[in-house]
Design a protein around this ligand. Structure first.
Ligand SMILES: Nc1ncnc2c1ncn2[C@@H]1O[C@H](COP(=O)(O)OP(=O)(O)O)[C@@H](O)[C@H]1O
Ligand SMILES: N[C@@H](CCC(=O)OP(=O)(O)O)C(=O)O
Length: 374
């Protein structure tokens, strides 16, 4: 068995995330039978002595039937109305289900600010820590009813990875309607399951697509991104089918295991690279990409070919390659309005008060192959 699977099987503190597609069905909303089976597996692991945080999607799916909505709405206001009704049903179902094992649940609804802003982060951390020390099972979801289009996570995979870092988890288990990562979208015919991912070369070039059920949101794209985020935080990830929850949480011998990075990023670098919200983009030429990614140098004005966004000095921005890949993120040292005059110019050509790195190497985190989102 791989070291990653051993780490998942032996984790003392775990975050388990379950997706909408594994808990809800298109016509009938919340499937309490599936929810009970998941809770059976989680309660078994808790009985073995592990502490567990559950990140559960499904609020929107669970709210459809009570509101007589046929399928998942596209507009945010109706999604929020469905989530408002469905979250209550979901929380109630978990309270009842964990109650069968005399386990108490605590509902934690988070906005992106709570996990992304460093000042709010400590507060959420204290809540989780106290819930766990009191023996309760935190059940987490995004606070869908107040999240706006701009700030919402949308899918819960990224939220789960950030929560895993926040609670200091030893492993993250992502449970879905698919039994692992395939080398192509499983709907597109002959594809092979990848059982171990030890580095970028294992996932290079594979086709990852969106949700097939129409119930989930991020598809495999957001699961891969979440696995990369957890890896950077030093947390191994197991992706498995929710129907295999019991084996995923005991022997960890199912699904796809993602190894974590050998060296864990410091809290500040993790925040810069993976957690902080970004407010702009710097477009780099090839030479600058090599300098910042391979040689770990600071980004200078000379290597920037374009600027997007309205950011202030100190904000976190994405660094984008000519092939439109987000290759790094970092805290920028200039306001967006100052940069157009400076880009493409050598440092010695710049006015003295602006002769500095645009993103200093200490404030810059290279990323594994992320494609620009737009
Ligand atoms: N390469 C791939 N490997 C596995 N699943 C994939 C891949 N590409 C796309 N998918 C789709 O992603 C879906 C899971 O994502 P999603 O429906 O958002 O799940 P959840 O609701 O659990 O978050 C799978 O059912 C599958 O159709
Ligand atoms: N917060 C939303 C999650 C949306 C969603 O579909 O997430 P996921 O199934 O994890 O892709 C809900 O509870 O419906």
């Amino acid at each position: 068995m791989s070291a990653t699977r051993k780490a998942v099987a032996g984790a003392e503190r775990l975050v388990v995330k379950v997706g909408s597609s594994a808990l809800t069905t298109a016509g009938n909303g919340l499937d309490v039978g599936r929810l009970n089976a998941l809770v059976d597996a989680i309660a078994g692991r808790i009985a073995q002595g592990s502490q567990l945080v559950l990140v559960s999607s499904g609020a929107i799916g669970a709210g459809l039937a009570p509101l007589a909505l046929g399928k998942r709405p596209r507009d945010l206001a109706t999604q929020q109305a469905a989530a408002s009704v469905g979250q209550l049903a979901l929380a109630h179902a978990y309270a009842e289900s964990f109650g069968r094992y005399s386990l108490t649940v605590g509902q934690v609804l988070l906005t992106s600010d709570d996990v992304v802003r460093r000042s709010h982060y400590r507060n959420a951390q204290r809540t989780f820590s106290r819930l766990l020390s009191l023996g309760a099972v935190p059940v987490v979801n995004e606070n869908d009813t107040v999240a706006t289009e701009e700030i919402r996570f949308g899918d819960n995979d990224r939220l789960a990875a950030l929560v895993a870092h926040l609670v200091g988890a030893d492993a993250l288990v992502l449970l879905s309607d698919v039994d692992g990562l395939y080398d192509g979208d499983p709907r597109s015919g002959a594809t092979r399951k990848i059982t171990e991912v030890t580095g970028e070369s294992d996932v290079d070039g594979i086709a990852v697509g969106m949700s097939s059920s129409g119930l989930g949101t991020g598809g495999m794209v957001s699961k891969l991104a979440a696995a990369r985020t957890a890896a950077a935080a030093g947390i191994p990830v197991l992706l498995a089918a929710a129907t295999d929850a019991s084996r995923a949480l005991t022997a960890a011998d199912v699904g796809t295991a993602f190894a974590s990075a050998d060296s864990r990023l410091s809290a500040r670098r993790f925040w810069l690279g993976y957690a902080a919200g970004t407010t702009g983009r710097l477009h780099l030429d090839d030479g600058a990409v090599t300098a910042v990614v391979r040689r770990r140098r600071s980004l200078l004005a000379a290597g920037i070919v374009g600027v997007d966004g309205d950011f202030q000095a100190g904000d976190v921005v994405e660094l984008v390659s000519p092939a439109q890949r987000v290759v790094a993120r970092g805290a920028v040292a200039f306001d967006a309005s100052e940069l157009p005059e400076l880009i493409g110019r050598s440092t010695h050509e710049l006015p003295e008060e602006q002769r500095r790195e645009v993103v200093h190497a200490d404030d810059l985190v290279p990323l594994a192959a992320h494609r620009a989102s737009s």
